[in-house]
Design a protein around this ligand. Structure first.
Ligand code: AMP
Length: 145
């Protein structure tokens, strides 16, 4: 299965902030959308960075509450790993596990086409395992489902 199959179900909406948005504003966006990371983008279509709740926690622990007034560009990750809609879900799962991040923006022709989280990938894996299990049960009992 491909990343585009996940996006077809969850949609291609990507929450972005501009690099000059403050960290306080970022926290509002994360809370409002109930998400853990946002893509940093100047124009809403290209990826300039990514900033997650972990970046905020790390900056707060290191520099204190003063970071709330700083722009997100000060705490973002700029070397963003993106994937294409054609990527296999299993490969993206491996990437997230190895690199220890829980979000991957999806781009097509350099433009944002969605975002997948580890939660989306796990949901997909559970559904896949359930389908496989019921198919195997069908073979064993002779009842095709
Ligand atoms: P996360 O687990 O997604 O909350 O992110 C953990 C760390 O990895 C944070 O420093 C993020 O800025 C960074 N990060 C998250 N997603 C990506 C990505 N796709 N490419 C590169 N870094 C990322």
């Amino acid at each position: 299965m491909r990343i585009s199959d996940i996006l077809r179900v969850k949609g291609d909406q990507v929450v972005t902030v501009t690099p000059d948005a403050t960290v306080e504003r970022l926290l509002g966006v994360l809370a409002e959308h109930r998400i853990g990371a946002v893509v940093v983008s100047r124009d809403g279509t290209t990826v300039d960075g990514i900033v997650s709740e972990r970046d905020v926690v790390r900056a707060l622990a290191g520099k204190g509450a003063g970071i709330l007034a700083l722009p997100v560009s000060e705490i973002q990750t700029t070397q963003v790993r993106t994937v294409s809609p054609e990527a296999q879900v299993e490969d993206v799962e491996r990437l997230m596990t190895l690199r220890r991040f829980r979000h991957v923006p999806v781009t097509a022709d350099g433009r944002l086409a969605g975002v997948v989280s580890i939660g989306d990938v796990v949901k997909h894996r559970i559904e896949q395992l359930e389908t496989e299990r019921s198919t195997l049960e069908g073979y064993i009992t002779g009842e095709r489902t």
